[in-house]
Ligand binder design. Structure first.
Ligand SMILES: [Zn+2]
Length: 65
């Protein structure tokens, strides 16, 4: 998957999560809403995948990945 496709995935999941927050009355600070937690985890995972799909920024320790 290209970095662009990964970024698109992350953006799409972020929009889905925001849309959920707008309509869901439950608290999202804890585990009260499993759907919100699922969406947030999917978005976070997509963000990391997107970051890993790119070259490391200059100065970053490559052993940290
Ligand atoms: Zn929710």
């Amino acid at each position: 998957m290209t970095a662009t496709a990964l970024e698109r995935d992350a953006a799409r999941l972020y929009v889905a999560y925001l849309r959920h927050l707008r309509h869901c009355p439950r608290s999202h600070a804890g585990p009260a809403c499993s759907e919100g937690t699922r969406l947030r985890k999917a978005w976070t995972a997509a963000q990391w995948a997107s970051l890993r799909g790119r070259p490391l920024p200059i100065g970053e320790d490559a052993s940290n990945t």
